[in-house]
Design a protein around this ligand. Sequence first.
Ligand code: NAI
Length: 674
Amino acid sequence: MNRYFRVDYDDRQIAWLYFDTQDASTNVLTEEALEAFDQQLISIAQAHPKGLVILSAKESGFIAGADVKAFATIPSPEAAKKLILRAHDIFHRLEALSFPSVALIHGYCLGGGLELALACRYRVASTEMSTRLGFPETHLGIFPGFGGSVRSIRLLGHLPAIQMMLSARSVSARTAKRLHLVEFAVPKRQLKNAARRLILEQPAAHTPPLSRRLPGNALLRPFVARLLRRQVARHARPEHYPAPYALIDHWRKHAGHAARMYASEAREVSTLLTGETAQNLIRVFLLQDRLKGLAEKSDFTARHVHVIGGGVMGGDIAAWCVLKGLVVTLQDRAPEHLGRAVSRAHKLFRKKLRDRYQVQNAMDRLIADHLGTGIKKADVIIEAIYEDVKAKQNLYRQVEPVMKASALLASNTSSIPLEKLAEHLQQPERLIGLHFFNPVAKMPLVEIVTQAGNPPQLIADATRFAKGIGKLPLPVKSHPGFLVNRVLMPYLLEAVTLLEEGVSATEIDEAALRFGMPMGPVELADTVGLDICLSVAEKLSETLHNPVPESLRRQVEAGHLGKKSGQGYYTWDKGSAQKEKPRPAPEQLGHYGDRMILRLVNESMACLREKIVDDAGLVDAGVIFGTGFAPFRGGPMHYAEKTGKKEILSKFRKLEYTYGNRFTPDPGWEDFQT
Ligand code: NAI
């Protein structure tokens, strides 16, 4: 036994090597764990067992991957390459063992973990829902670097392997079996038997059929690579996300030559890993971990949630909580809204759960509760009725005397200060905000909106609840717009100003896409709904010192609400905006981009100065996960830091000179260090 592994030999001379990192709930392939693994392989080889089974002693999973934290501090491409070559050596040793080896997989088996499994002769995986196998590396700006880009192709065939690496999606055990990624997909209780059987019977290892080997033919590869590049280009630009393109090139140049592929993998991945995109994406990954970590100060558990208001938000929040295993009672004064919410929920369950019985189980957990009988039993009560102070206050008056003493009372308000909403409560400090974003199932962030009197334990409990339903919690102060809407609005308003100046919607959106935003601001405004944008703009107008643009008001008055009405700044046809090709020269697009992005960056600084969130890292996390802000840039504050204080301030001054005081740099920049 050492800090990472323990080995047992059974009466059939099979070695069972348990990965069991001390004082951790998860196994991660740190440099030290890899070395310990190598030592184990050397000593097991000397014992000449009949076979080796590698498994995890953690309930959470097999191996979560390589040590992403360490990636953030790798000093140079040379150091990265050294680490990768060392991992190659260790996995080659595993692959070359003279007896059969099996990876026994239950729970997640990701990145470096899957690469280790691929170096075994066989793999078995449990059919439990928690089992996922995948290569998330491209989300971190790299591609599999511990031999995975070579071994996955050898096992699955060219296209299935490349697609799996490019998509970064993980698969279930059953899908893994179909792909021949594992030999057996069986219930957890049968895993050990399945592993034993493979060792005793030693079937021939799978080789992909000719049809799967063909695309790797040297004559076809350039053609296939072009198609793959085109497919990737639909989601990621090479100047923003180089990793998928590097993977395709690596495959195009070296497929079919194992030694050259291993060498190229080490070279390419070490260069990518220490590049700016990967380092920023790693930062985003760590920020995500930080948000999850904020939930550790509480062990609050909820089983029953009561949602009041079954409209757009309430209905979707209820469905989401059910999807995450909770029982939900959903109340609305209008029964027809409940009907609509339940049928939307059914659609979501069918999409996410697939299995008929699980969908039925989920439907059983969602209870339409016209009279609000669930209030007295619920652990969490979420109010999501329409945005009206009096209506919300009246509702709380009815809820407070009935709810359990231990229950959380939360509002999904997007703009009303909590202090105002809580005015008539017996215990005003009990009210907290849980600000979900639309669409609930897609947006990962929930702002935990706090008011001055909230006890720290309540904030911790609400944070824990949000994390428990699979969202990223971010505590924010109750101040108009909180963090996300507040920084997003100036960016959208600048886009509207550009429209008023006569710049076309397509050009404005292209400028934002070039910066790396996932969707242009005009398309975003049309998608959210111009009526909703107008109402948020009106509420934030004072805080932002920004009058509401007349053209926005006119659009709403004319009934042009965007995607939902078929007409907004764009005309919409079958759910997509009709765009023309953008014409202006790239410098102009750069200038438009600067105008919009710098307003967002300036407002981010204002939020930091006003302590809407605690620090710059949390501003970045909130803006990335709440608005989709170009993740490869590491967040608005990080972008400012990389650009440099002098450069940022000089850009603000120039824009202020031309366009006025909406570009005046926030006073917070004075203390900003780069
Ligand atoms: P909505 O208008 O779609 O739904 C409101 C629902 O509440 C309606 O079904 C209505 O019948 C029901 N309702 C009204 N008074 C009630 C009462 N006293 N008792 C029971 N049910 C009642 O509104 P939406 O868009 O879902 O917004 C709800 C809340 O979520 C608002 O506070 C809004 O600011 C906030 N929000 C909205 C977002 C959005 O994109 N729509 C995003 C984030 C927050």
